[in-house]
Design a binder for this molecule. Structure first.
Ligand SMILES: Nc1ncnc2c1ncn2[C@@H]1O[C@H](COP(=O)(O)OP(=O)(O)OP(=O)(O)O)[C@@H](O)[C@H]1O
Length: 362
């Protein structure tokens, strides 16, 4: 999967840009505040309907403008379009027809992002890691979205009843049936994808120095006590749930745990080592999608935190699991050097210079 054209207007400091992108590496270079990250952010909006920096699309719309537009054409000819207005209204189009939901964008343009927020995969809450796993499951197992939606629907009904307090357990039962049925399926799909993801992830970790990463492992926690079925866990927790007013067990509490020598990875690894671990995870996730569905990578400021060898290793991992990467960096040569030793087309980046929101291909 790759983007051949990216058009944006009124997107932060970029008034308009119309770019021909290449498979392989697209480098966006320029000074602080020139608009490099905004270009990556626009691609993210194209693939998800939202920004990776702000929940509020109003802050992304250029000052003094009413709406932003992002349009993209994929290499296979599919077109995607997103519009967001200051009035909160928006439009999503795929092949010029209105799309029902932003998940259709995600299915058309799978995306992986590496930026300063990426450390949250290790030091953030479980929700961040669940999202990463679910991104993979969503793209690999097409039944997942439907089971997850059904689970979430039943969960929010059960929680609404629990919040009311003073309820009879009988009132919860119909929603519990649905929670159990779809929740077990969600867990099953997550487990099967996780097994493959773990192998691919540890494969990459094997490229990292044994002395620091030798004892590393990742485990999936289902969100309820090991050895119990979801039905048994719900039963055991019902009284406590009624007292607390929410459902405390289930796949909505699942987590991935990264450990090194029995310690949480983020408490023992350096910043650069943590970043490489996240890169290993994200390239392993990309690998799970397989040929024909490879994601596009967005890397905001590749050189930050990584030494030259690690930048090269990450570039190699990407070349093995993606068709295209959009990379930002302040200095052109520093950002380009990681790709030079790779085979074509990776060795020959297309460079764009970004200055005060104006983008020009060099
Ligand atoms: N809604 C907006 N309208 C106009 N300009 C905006 C808006 N939001 C942010 N900006 C400006 O747009 C620019 C966005 O810069 P961006 O974050 O893309 O820079 P960058 O090139 O990635 O910089 P850095 O190297 O510092 O990360 C900044 O100069 C910012 O002040």
């Amino acid at each position: 999967m790759s983007l051949s054209r990216l058009y944006l207007s009124s997107f932060r400091n970029v008034s308009t840009a119309d770019l021909e992108l290449v498979p392989g590496v697209n480098l966006f270079c320029g000074a602080n505040g020139s608009g490099k990250t905004s270009l990556l952010e626009a691609v993210h909006m194209l693939a998800s309907g939202r920004s990776f920096r702000s929940r509020e699309s109003r802050s992304v719309i250029q000052y003094g403008c009413d709406r932003l537009t992002v349009f993209g054409r994929l290499a296979d000819g599919v077109t995607l379009g997103v519009e967001r207005g200051r009035d909160g209204k928006g439009r999503i189009r795929i092949n010029q027809s209105p799309a029902a939901s932003s998940s259709q964008l995600a299915a058309s343009l799978p995306l992986q992002v590496i930026n300063s927020e990426s450390f949250a995969a290790l030091d953030g809450g479980p929700g961040v890691r669940r999202q990463l796993l679910d991104w993979t499951v969503f793209h690999v197992e097409h039944r997942f979205a439907q089971h997850w939606k059904s689970f979430q629907g039943a969960l929010s009904q059960r929680n609404a009843l629990l919040r009311r307090g003073k309820i009879e357990p009988e009132m919860l039962r119909p929603w519990e049936q649905q929670i159990i049925q779809s929740g077990e399926l969600v867990d099953e799909l997550r487990r099967s994808v996780f097994e493959r993801l773990r192998v691919l992830f540890l494969d990459r970790v094997g490229d990292l120095p044994e002395e620091h990463f030798g004892g590393l492992d990742v485990r999936l926690r289902s969100g309820w006590k090991k050895g119990l079925s979801l039905a048994q866990a719900l039963e055991a927790g019902r009284e406590g749930d009624i007292a607390q007013g929410f459902t405390r067990v289930g796949p909505h509490r699942a987590d991935l745990r990264f450990g090194v020598q029995g310690q949480p990875a983020h408490l023992v690894l350096s910043r650069g080592q943590q970043k490489m671990l996240v890169c290993a995870l994200r390239t392993a996730m990309a690998h799970c999608l397989g040929e024909g569905h490879k994601p596009v990578f967005l890397i905001d400021d590749l050189p930050s935190e990584l030494d030259t060898d690690n930048q090269k290793l990450f570039a190699r991992w990407i070349s093995q699991c993606a068709d295209q990467v959009l990379v930002s960096g302040i200095e052109q040569e520093m950002t380009a050097q990681a790709w030079r030793a790779l085979p074509s087309p990776w060795s020959d980046p297309k460079v764009f210079h970004v200055e005060h929101g104006t983008v020009s291909a060099l």
